[in-house]
Write a protein that binds this ligand. Structure first.
Ligand code: NAP
Length: 309
């Protein structure tokens, strides 16, 4: 199907062109069918491109950098994006073998790149490597990397013992990492007039039931940065959002969590279970999707309903 349609929701003029249609496209209400869909949406003078291929993948035009993508939640996020046809860059710091194995499993549209995200020069070098390998710019950055941490309340420092060194490590991992990747991505996101920064947070901000003072404070700072960057970068067409998890069953960081804690959280959770990394990763896709194009500065809690965001 070829053609175009336009209408005016609120103050924005939205124009959708159907090159060879099509699939059901959100609030535009088109009917699903087979074949490649390429819808172009212009909102307020800015163009959003949406592509669905014959396998029904919706993010084929995205190139997504996932920090800490070699293992843990990061590998689930990378798999989720790859499953929607996106190109994925699996950033790793030490887990070379796991990152390269996952990249090989995903195929041509995946690349494993080493960089310590707390080191700005390494992050810039990573973006150069990405630019050499892909014939498209990065569209989406997922700041997932977690500075070495074990989710076991018994092994964490309480208020009387914790020192600034522990806070410093978490702030460097969460805040400096996100700052470096966002700044390195900015020129190409601005040139595209669109882009998505997605930061990973925690529901301990709302429900601080364990003494993860350093970790939670750093994630709270990252939430603030999410909001101030959203305000700053919105005029460039760039959205900045956070997806916050509760305890996940299981990543390396949550492998030390006692079984009774998993059970207690499951019982207190409206869905009566602990969320998996795969389920969490699916929610991350939303903020990179065209359906979230008008959402910025938000914190989506993905924990089975335990905490009200
Ligand atoms: N697991 C949970 O229950 C849970 C709950 C809520 C939120 N989260 C969030 O999920 C995210 C991932 O946590 P996780 O549980 O998957 O942690 P994890 O299993 O400990 O994995 C940590 C990841 O971060 C990477 N990393 C650490 N420092 C890095 C650095 N300086 N530069 C680049 N990569 C670095 C590691 O890479 P290398 O191995 O290559 O060093 C690894 O891929 C975090 O943002 C965390 O706050 C997790």
């Amino acid at each position: 199907m070829r053609g175009s349609t336009s209408f005016e929701p609120g103050s924005h003029r939205i124009e959708v062109r159907f090159v060879r249609h099509c699939g059901r496209f959100g609030d535009f209400g088109r009917t699903a069918a087979n074949g490649r869909a390429r819808d172009r949406i212009a909102t307020g003078g800015r163009r959003y491109r949406v592509a669905m291929d014959e396998r029904g993948q919706w993010l084929t035009d995205r190139l997504v950098l996932v920090t800490g993508g070699g293992r843990g939640l990061g590998s689930s996020i990378a798999r989720a994006f790859a499953g929607q046809g996106a190109g994925v860059v699996l950033n790793y710091r030490r887990s070379r073998e796991r990152a390269e194995a996952l990249a090989a499993e995903i195929g041509d549209r995946a690349l494993a790149v080493q960089a310590d995200v707390t080191d700005e020069q390494q992050v810039h070098a990573m973006f150069e490597t990405i630019a050499q390998r892909f014939d498209q710019p990065v569209t989406t950055v997922v700041n997932n990397a977690l500075a070495d941490f074990s989710f076991n309340g018994e092994s964490r420092s309480h208020a009387g013992e914790i020192g600034w060194g522990e806070f410093d490590a978490q702030f460097r991992g969460s805040v400096s990492g996100a700052l470096h990747t966002t700044r390195a991505a900015l020129p190409q996101l601005r040139a595209q007039g669109t882009g998505q920064i997605i930061n990973i947070g925690t529901n301990l901000f709302q429900r601080p039931v364990v003494p993860y003072h350093d970790y939670t404070a750093a994630k709270a700072a990252l939430l603030s940065l999410t909001r101030t960057f959203a305000a700053d970068l919105g005029p460039d067409g760039i959205t900045v959002n956070m997806v916050s998890g509760g305890l996940l069953r299981t990543t390396d960081a949550s492998a030390d969590t006692p079984e009774e804690v998993f059970d207690g959280i499951a019982q207190a959770t409206p869905l009566r279970r602990v969320v998996t990394p795969g389920e969490f990763a699916d929610a991350v896709l939303f903020f990179a999707s065209p359906w979230a194009r008008a959402v910025s500065g938000q914190n989506l809690v993905v924990d089975g309903g335990l905490v009200n965001g």
